[in-house]
Write a protein that binds this ligand. Structure first.
Ligand SMILES: N[C@@H](CCC(=O)N[C@@H](CS)C(=O)NCC(=O)O)C(=O)O
Length: 200
């Protein structure tokens, strides 16, 4: 079996979040840059990896994984000795999965809809309720902090944390009104692996 780990992405994309995780894990990998300007995400050889034509994607041990949250969860589990995912059977696993899925299914659409100023869907129908609900809930996620699992930094911080850093950089509103979230964003930005992969 080919054990090589290949990440397809580029620094100005969600692939940065996976790159951030790889540096936190400190494992060997090969980065293949997919250049959007050259149309590489829509070329046949890349569509064979991800038919969505989206990055990030990884290939590891002959298996392709796409979707940022799934890749981050997969890699944290694939290298358990690095301690970035609570083991199956550990009650903290429930908290970890909760916020990993919150990152993909709640934070991401809430941020995008807010950035694009899309009209609000009815609160009971929208999976994220309202943007204000999401911020209030993130506040509870960080109580007591400093990380999602308390004193333990994990892959959930890589995913949710990077989403929030990017949201703040793109000027998503009201984050400054939540000092706990603002301080968390600074903690993520200060991590050497984040700085190195985001070029900040
Ligand atoms: N649901 C995907 C979204 C990935 C995504 O939209 N990636 C963007 C860059 S951030 C992309 O590849 N855009 C290039 C294109 O659509 O051609 C995930 O969470 O990984």
């Amino acid at each position: 079996m080919n054990d090589e780990l290949v990440l397809y992405g580029n620094p100005r994309s969600r692939a940065q979040m996976v790159h951030f995780l790889l540096e936190e894990l400190g494992i060997p990998y090969r980065l293949v840059v997919i250049d959007f300007e050259k149309g590489e995400s829509r070329q046949a050889d890349y569509l064979a990896i991800n038919p969505m034509g989206k990055v990030p994607a990884i290939v590891h041990r002959g298996v392709t994984v796409t979707e940022t949250g799934a890749i981050i969860a997969y890699l944290a589990d694939a290298f358990p000795e690095k301690g970035l995912a609570p083991a199956i059977g550990d009650p903290q696993r429930g908290t970890w999965l909760r916020w990993m899925f919150f990152g993909a299914g709640v934070i991401e659409p809430a941020i995008l809809d807010t950035m694009l100023k899309r009209p609000d869907a009815p609160r009971t129908t929208a999976g994220y309720g309202s943007y204000a609900d999401v911020l209030d809930t993130l506040d509870t996620m960080l109580d007591p902090g400093p990380w999602i699992l308390g004193e333990r930094f994990s892959a959930a911080d890589v995913y949710v944390g990077a989403e929030l850093v990017w949201a703040a950089m793109f000027g998503v509103p009201d984050i400054a009104d939540h000092p706990r979230i603002a301080a968390y964003i600074e903690r993520i930005r200060d991590r050497p692996a984040f700085r190195m992969t985001a070029g900040v």
